[in-house]
Design a protein around this ligand. Structure first.
Ligand SMILES: Cc1cc2nc3c(=O)[nH]c(=O)nc-3n(C[C@H](O)[C@H](O)[C@H](O)COP(=O)(O)O)c2cc1C
Length: 162
């Protein structure tokens, strides 16, 4: 029986998510980052989170070499950042982006709804993706509405919160 990849992706897209920028600093000192919605909280004690990185990612080696990574959870006002980190060439992704460096060496994006600063805890094989598990060393959040992703497009909360 053939597997319908398009229908599979469409089905996964029914799970509404937030949107994050996963970031790290490569061994060459340059920041890398990409838009991800595979963020998941894993454990409270110890505090662990994960995201899944496509094995074809140009940033894979930087993430594997770095001592840690960060996840910046985007606010509804940061849709343009999501597009930039999903589409723009690596050389220009960080242009004009205000960030501070966390304990894991990764840039934390200012103005994000929340940030999670991680050191690397584990790396697991996950088919055509690599599962990066981070131990959270620092975190912060601020009021605001989240950027959401649903069925292949951006969405917004309409419950008045934030
Ligand atoms: C909403 C959204 C969610 C995404 N989630 C992921 C993800 O979880 N993992 C991943 O590897 N790519 C994900 N992508 C795709 C990457 O952002 C995109 O392929 C990016 O150009 C990869 O950059 P890189 O070459 O630096 O890895 C997502 C894209 C969008 C728009």
């Amino acid at each position: 029986m053939s597997f319908d990849h398009r229908a599979f992706r469409d089905t996964l897209g029914c799970f509404a998510t937030g949107v994050c920028i996963a970031s790290a600093t490569g061994a060459d000192g340059r920041p890398v980052g990409l838009t991800v919605n595979s963020f998941t909280s894993v454990s409270l004690d110890p505090p662990l989170v994960l995201f899944c990185l496509d094995n074809r990612s140009e940033s894979l080696s930087a993430f594997l070499e770095a001592p840690g990574f960060a996840l910046s959870i985007l606010s509804a006002e940061q849709q343009a950042l999501s597009n930039t980190f999903a589409r723009a060439p690596h050389a220009t992704r960080w242009d004009g982006v205000a960030a501070v460096t966390g304990q894991g060496g990764a840039p934390l994006i200012q103005g994000a709804l929340a940030v999670l600063d991680c050191t690397r805890h584990a790396i697991h094989e996950g088919g055509d993706h690599t599962i990066l598990v981070g131990r959270v060393r620092g975190f912060a959040n601020q009021p605001g509405a989240p950027l959401l992703y649903y069925r292949g497009g951006y969405a917004a909360l309409n419950d008045g919160r934030g």
